[in-house]
Write a protein that binds this ligand. Structure first.
Ligand code: CP
Ligand code: NVA
Length: 301
C-alpha cells in the first residue's frame, strides 16, 4: 500500500491488517505503552474544507507516534492548482515531509498529488470518498457487534462520499448494505456495479423502511455536504421523509445508530436518536484517531 485514496484500491487482507493494527494501537494507547514509531517524521495536512475530527485525529496521531503534523490551509498555500500547479505543490511538499494528508473537493486533486509527491498521500475526504471515516466505522461496528461478515448497514440519505466509502468497505468485509435515497440523490451506478462485482452485497432503495428492515446498523450523514451550501433549501425539501427518527427506528429497534458527524439534528437525524442508548456516534469519532494512527504507522513507518 503506497497511498490511501480509496478503500477500493486496497485488498481485503490489507484492510483487515489495518483494522487489527488499529485495535492493537488503541489497546497500547490506553495502556500507555504506545511506541514512538514515527520519531522525526512529518505529515503535511492540507485542508481545503473545514474539519474537526479529521484534523485533530491526524495531528494527535502523529504526535502520539513521535512525529509532527503541519496544517496547511488555502490562506497559507493558496487553492491547490490556482497559485501554482498541483504537481508542483506535490513535488515541493514531498521534498519536505514523509507523507501528505489532503481534504479537498475534487478527487482528481488527490490523484495528482499521489502521482507527483513521491511520498504517501492520504485522502482525508474528497467529494468522491471518505475512506478513513469508513475504516473507523467498521472498527466501531466490530467493537460493538463482533465479526463483520454478514452484518447489514442501512444508510439513509445522500448517495455521497461517506455512503460510497461505506459501500466499498461493505464489499471488502463481506457485509451487506442497503442505501435509501430520494430520487436524484442515489449512489452512482458505477460504484453500485463495482461494489456488487463479486457478490451482490449492495441494494439501493427509495423507501427508508425497506432499507432499515433487518439492519444491524442505521447510518446517516448530512443532506448538504461541504461545497453544496447553496443547495440547502432544495435539499432539505427533497430529503423530507429520509430522517433517521424514532418512527423509522421502530422498524429496526436494536440497530446501532451511526453518523460520521457533523450532525444536523432535526434534519437527517433527530436529537433523541443521536443521544439514544443505541447511538455509537462518539465511539466512531474516537475511532478516527485509532484508525489514523494505524494508517500512519503503516504508510510512514
Ligand atoms: N467526520 C469527519 O470527517 O469530521 P470532520 O469533517 O470534522 O473532520
Ligand atoms: N458528506 C459530508 C461528510 C463530512 C464529514 C461532507 O462531505 O461534507
Amino acid at each position: 500500500m503506497n497511498h490511501f485514496l480509496c478503500v477500493h484500491d486496497s485488498s481485503a487482507e490489507e484492510l483487515g491488517e489495518l483494522l487489527t493494527l488499529s485495535a492493537e494501537l488503541k489497546r497500547r494507547y490506553k495502556q500507555g505503552t504506545l511506541k514512538r514509531s514515527l520519531e522525526g517524521k512529518v505529515l503535511a495536512m492540507i485542508f481545503e474544507k473545514a474539519s474537526l475530527r479529521t484534523r485533530m485525529s491526524f495531528q494527535i496521531a502523529m504526535f502520539d507516534l513521535g512525529g509532527t503534523g503541519i496544517s496547511l490551509k488555502p490562506d497559507d498555500i493558496g487553492i491547490l492548482g490556482q497559485r501554482e500547479p498541483i504537481k508542483d505543490v506535490a513535488r515541493v511538499i514531498g521534498r519536505y515531509v514523509h507523507g501528505i494528508m489532503c481534504r479537498t473537493f475534487s478527487h482528481q486533486t488527490l490523484k495528482e498529488l499521489a502521482e507527483h509527491a513521491g511520498v504517501p498521500v492520504i485522502n482525508a475526504l474528497s467529494d468522491w470518498s471518505h475512506p478513513c471515516q469508513a475504516m473507523a466505522d467498521v472498527l466501531t461496528i466490530r467493537e460493538h457487534l463482533g465479526a463483520l461478515a454478514g452484518k447489514k448497514i442501512a444508510f439513509i440519505g445522500d448517495g455521497n462520499n461517506v455512503a460510497r466509502s461505506l459501500a466499498f468497505v461493505t464489499a471488502k468485509f463481506d457485509m451487506t448494505m442497503a442505501i435509501a435515497s430520494p430520487a436524484g440523490y442515489e449512489l452512482d451506478g458505477e460504484t453500485h456495479r463495482r461494489v456488487n462485482r463479486d457478490r451482490p452485497c449492495l441494494s439501493l432503495h427509495s423507501d427508508p423502511v425497506e432499507a432499515v428492515t433487518g439492519a444491524d446498523v442505521v447510518y446517516t450523514d448530512t443532506w448538504v455536504s461541504m461545497g453544496q451550501e447553496e443547495e440547502t433549501r432544495r435539499r432539505v425539501a427533497d430529503f423530507a421523509g429520509f430522517q433517521v427518527n424514532a418512527d423509522l427506528l421502530s422498524h429496526a429497534p436494536d440497530a446501532k445508530i451511526m453518523h460520521c458527524l457533523p450532525a444536523h439534528r432535526g434534519h437527517e437525524i433527530t436529537d433523541d436518536i443521536a443521544e439514544s442508548a443505541n447511538s455509537v456516534i462518539f465511539d466512531q469519532a474516537e475511532n478516527r484517531l485509532h484508525f489514523q494512527r494505524a494508517l500512519l504507522a503503516k504508510l510512514l513507518g
